[in-house]
Design a protein around this ligand. Structure first.
Ligand SMILES: Cc1cc2nc3c(=O)[nH]c(=O)nc-3n(C[C@H](O)[C@H](O)[C@H](O)COP(=O)(O)O)c2cc1C
Length: 174
């Protein structure tokens, strides 16, 4: 089963999580992990799509919030565009595609922080995505200039990826 993981990342944390999820998925699926800047314009033919990005201003990033993130780092950010822009341009799939979404955000109640994953899920469902699991969040702490992942989050992401692979295989087997 071919699975595509698309990530957006400013400071690198969501990229680390996406690659760990890809590692977990690779236990039983063929996986590609791509930056949203290089993500394909079509998704027909995929076995499943996993999408994740950083939470900005309670939701998915926007041009203005990415500009603000860019001002916080030296040496540039990982993604130039955002998951929201990519999903907006993604056509409705000709058949249902299993999807899963994740984000990175501060470790506080979701009603306080917001969640990029919840927004991405809504956009995918409108385009024939079928959710495999609820949205998942991985947590960052506020560092000096940027945010950094809490210890153990990378391992948790890999385990989430492995569980996702198992769920996909169960679903495919009917
Ligand atoms: C402009 C901006 C706005 C942010 N807004 C939120 C927010 O509303 N809720 C939250 O939990 N984290 C917020 N954060 C923290 C980000 O979620 C965090 O920097 C991100 O998860 C790190 O992922 P990255 O390294 O892949 O960019 C914000 C960060 C920036 C730069």
């Amino acid at each position: 089963m071919q699975v595509l993981v698309v990530f957006e990342s400013m400071f690198g944390n969501t990229e680390i999580i996406a690659r760990a999820i890809g590692k977990g998925l690779a236990t039983s699926c063929e996986v590609d992990v791509v930056n949203v800047d290089d993500a394909p314009a079509e998704w027909d033919g995929l076995g499943a799509l996993v999408v994740g990005g950083p939470t900005h201003a309670h939701g998915m990033t926007r041009a203005g919030t990415r500009k603000s993130a860019r001002q916080q780092v030296e040496g540039g950010v990982r993604s130039a565009t955002g998951v929201q822009e990519w999903l907006s341009a993604l056509p409705t799939a000709s058949r249902q595609v299993p999807v899963a979404v994740f984000d990175t955000r501060l470790r506080k109640a979701r009603w306080l922080t917001g969640s990029a994953a919840v927004g991405a899920r809504k956009m995918l469902l409108k385009r024939h995505g079928v959710p495999l699991v609820p949205p998942e969040s991985f947590f960052v702490d506020v560092g000096k200039n940027a945010t950094i992942l809490y210890d153990g989050e990378q391992e948790r992401a890999e385990a989430w990826g492995s569980r996702l692979a198992a769920r996909l295989l169960e679903t495919a087997a009917g």
